[in-house]
Design a protein around this ligand. Structure first.
Ligand code: FAD
Length: 403
């Protein structure tokens, strides 16, 4: 049986970034994924500021900019009553974010991790843990019909929203009030797109939104994400709703009149960070979607997945140096991670709650349409996560009311 410092289960953004940071620090890492790369991942493909900063640290931003992608310079919002407001990201000349298919993004992250890791196995399905004296010490799995076992000092669960690790450990987020359901499809020839991502608060999608994320050559990733509890209670068929918005909604039917859907409409779950799970224990940590880290309002999870990859690697490196793989040691990862993301999650959860009231969304977007000051607060919050909370500051609402 082979022995490693760390086994990482899953090579999406969280697992690949964690592998890269650990390997760069000289640790012996085994990276396992059930898929063969490049592989698809159902997603909106929007890459925001938090992702960009970790991609820079990994030295992968320049490479990604040579691949199929489109730079984004802001956000266009629209309200239930159809008011459309483009908000340009303030400050920097460089694009603060971009849109890039997961086929491309994840392959760049994966190839980098593979180059650095001690060993990488694709098409390897992890099926169980090996546990000794209350501590995880390895994994069991299958590849090409054969059974394998590998051991390590630390196990990292990075196997996504429907992965096995969180379920097996009894901490998966199965709370419908803390999960969104999303559908997405690719379109060609969508009219009226520019260099901004588009979040449209169409009445039928609240508390959620309809998005159009532009790709090069008139292509776009188009989709909807709504809280699962709401989808179930209102019996919403998301695929049908997507079809209706693109063909019947007065704001969008014109823009989609010459558009062609080039893929199936596909759905997947978004485990939200409003459900704080116990993402650590004796000999293990959970990161990315396996740890339920998606932003409740924007639906972005790549940034927090990459951040959890980085923060978990920092704590694991210390654990290896101290030869301490206890639950207590790995609770440091939990504390550090939430220290970074909690305030943004709280703010955006408040924004999500606001979306239960269409008149409030109309009000804020209507005011932003008329007031440069309000647009600047939104723009600043988009560009700088530290200023995010300004959006739910009562002062902002008072200003918005009188703008
Ligand atoms: C509809 C939708 C739209 C979204 N839009 C956006 C967006 O625009 N921007 C954004 O930032 N985020 C978005 N997200 C969220 C984003 O997709 C996730 O947060 C992100 O993919 C999390 O990365 P991860 O590495 O944790 O998991 P994943 O990317 O899911 O990777 C998990 C990996 O684990 C592997 N795996 C699973 N089980 C096993 C096993 N048993 N053994 C071995 N390997 C296994 C899988 O093959 C996969 O490669 C969206 C999500 C959805 C569903």
């Amino acid at each position: 049986m082979e022995n490693y410092d760390v086994i990482v289960i899953g090579a999406g953004p969280s697992g690949s970034s964690c592998t890269a940071f650990l390997s760069k620090a000289g640790k012996k890492v085994l990276l396992l994924d059930r898929a063969k790369f490049p592989r698809e991942k159902i997603c909106g493909d929007g890459i925001s500021g938090r992702s960009v900063s970790v991609l820079k640290e990994l030295g992968l931003l320049k490479e990604l900019q040579t691949k199929d992608h489109k730079d984004m310079y802001g956000v266009t919002f629209s309200s239930p009553n159809g008011t459309v407001v483009p908000v340009k990201a303030a400050g920097s000349k460089d694009a603060p974010g971009f849109v890039c298919t997961r086929m491309v993004l994840d392959d760049v992250l994966f190839q980098n991790a593979k180059k650095l890791a001690t060993k990488t196995i694709e098409e390897f399905l992890v099926t169980d843990f090996i546990e000794e004296n209350g501590k995880l010490v390895g994994v069991k799995g299958t590849s090409k019909g054969k059974q394998f076992e590998y051991r390590a000092k630390v196990i990292v669960g990075a196997d996504g929203a429907a992965g096995f690790t969180a379920r097996k450990l009894g901490v998966n987020n199965s709370d419908e009030k803390h999960q969104s359901a999303g559908v997405r499809a690719y379109y060609e020839n969508v009219g009226g797109m520019g260099n901004k991502i588009e979040l449209h608060f169409v009445k039928e999608t609240l508390p959620g939104y309809f998005w159009i994320f532009p790709l090069p050559d008139g292509r776009a990733n188009v989709g909807i994400a709504i809280l699962v509890s709401h989808v179930k209670s209102k019996k919403i068929n998301l695929t049908k709703l997507l079809e209706e918005i693109t063909t019947k909604n007065p704001v969008f039917k014109e823009r989609f009149k010459d558009a062609k859907r080039s893929t199936d409409v596909r759905s997947w779950l978004l485990p939200l960070a409003t459900k704080k799970i116990r993402n650590y224990g004796n000999g293990y940590v959970l990161i990315g979607d396996a740890s339920s880290l998606i932003d409740p309002f924007t639906g972005e999870g790549i940034g927090n997945a990459l951040t959890s990859g980085k923060v978990s690697a920092q704590v694991i490196i210390e654990a290896l140096e101290q030869n301490n793989f206890s639950e207590e040691k790995f609770s440091e990862y939990h504390k550090k991670l939430y220290g970074i993301i909690q305030s943004e999650v709280n703010t955006n959860n408040n924004l999500l709650k606001m979306c239960n009231h269409p008149f409030l969304v109309d009000l804020i977007i209507g005011k932003a349409h008329r007031s440069k000051d309000i647009r600047e607060v939104i723009s600043d919050a988009i560009l700088n996560p530290d200023n995010h909370k300004n959006l739910t500051d009562p002062v902002f609402f008072v200003k918005a009311l009188f703008a």
